[in-house]
Ligand binder design. Structure first.
Ligand code: NDP
Length: 283
């Protein structure tokens, strides 16, 4: 292996120790940061993500509320619950686990969350603030990626950054954050022609597609920093990323593993946003 591992678990542990200090400082002022998580349906992956988010809160000394609804719940019930949580001063962060069942208007649900409690950063107002370079909450996964790059002192100014995937929750905010750090950003997607042409130019390559091992070593520039956001479940039940780790690690300079890379960082940044939100209530 030539690449150095960017260990999301180790960085998360380090950052969460600091977060616990902020939680203790809030407790001394009578505030316990609280995250409310809404899960609709029985998608097993979503259930695991929600469990990890709730566990992350508990381990950091925060409070969490978990509301689980049947897959056929009337959306009005969920909207009413969001309104209740919006109005509750003891709740600092609200997130609705995506994807929602098809009978939900996901965009309307995200817009129903009070922007000042939208710790996922998906509300249009918060996306607009991010676009303007003055974010209120940075979406957790790209925020975690930026922290990993920062921790490894990856040079960003003028670097060629290529993102594969253009979703609202990963690809697009990732592009905004890298652009804000003066990277030259290329965003690829399912209609991109000659994907390898783009990925081979990348000093920083972020894969956020959801296709197991689609980025292979021959698609990577020697010495590049490779960030694998993808989480794919293989036939044997094990997780793998969008990057073919075995071939990529022989070419890349820095590489994130799956699991143990971006995943734990996403939760750490969710906790960070919730604590930040609680701190703002005291300002
Ligand atoms: P989406 O399905 O919303 O987006 C996938 C993107 O990949 C789309 O923009 C799509 O293009 C693009 N794409 C699909 N096929 C190709 C292809 N052959 N070549 C190039 N681009 C392609 O996924 P998400 O952004 O929500 O998630 C991406 C991955 O990241 C998933 O595996 C997900 O599980 C994981 N994830 C991990 C998180 C973590 O904490 N580590 C958090 C969030 C997500 P188009 O727009 O043209 O359809």
């Amino acid at each position: 292996m030539t690449a150095t591992l960017l260990d999301g678990n180790a960085l998360s542990t380090h950052l969460r120790t600091k977060l616990a200090g902020r939680v203790a400082a809030l407790a001394a002022r009578g505030v316990t940061p609280c995250l409310a998580v809404i899960l609709v349906g029985e998608d097993p992956a979503s259930a695991v993500y929600v469990r990890n988010k709730v566990a992350g809160c508990e381990k950091t000394g925060m409070r969490s509320i978990k509301d689980v609804y049947a897959p056929d719940v009337d959306p009005a019930v969920v909207f009413a619950r969001i309104a209740e949580l919006n109005a509750d001063p003891a709740v600092h962060g609200i997130l609705v686990q995506l994807p929602l069942p098809k009978h939900f208007d996901s965009e309307a649900v995200l817009e129903a969350i009070a922007p000042e409690k939208d710790v996922d950063g998906f509300h249009a107002e918060n996306i607009g603030a991010l676009m303007q370079g003055n974010p209120r909450f940075i979406p957790c996964t790209p925020y975690g990626v930026m922290k990993m790059l920062e921790s490894a002192n990856v040079p960003l100014k003028g670097a060629e950054a290529v993102i594969v995937g253009r979703s609202n929750i990963v690809g697009k905010p990732m592009a905004m954050l890298l652009l804000a750090q003066s990277c030259t950003v290329t965003v690829c997607h399912s209609q991109s022609k000659d994907l390898a042409f783009h990925t081979r130019r990348a000093d920083i390559l972020v894969a956020a597609v959801g296709r197991a091992r689609m980025i292979t070593g021959d698609m990577i520039k020697p010495g590049a920093t490779v960030i694998d956001v993808g989480i794919n479940r293989q036939a044997d039940g094990k997780l793998c990323g969008d990057v073919d780790f075995e071939s990529a690690k022989e070419v890349a300079g820095l590489i994130t593993p799956v699991p143990g890379g971006v995943g734990p960082m996403t939760i750490t940044m969710l906790l960070t946003n919730t604590i930040e939100s609680a701190e703002r209530t005291l300002k």
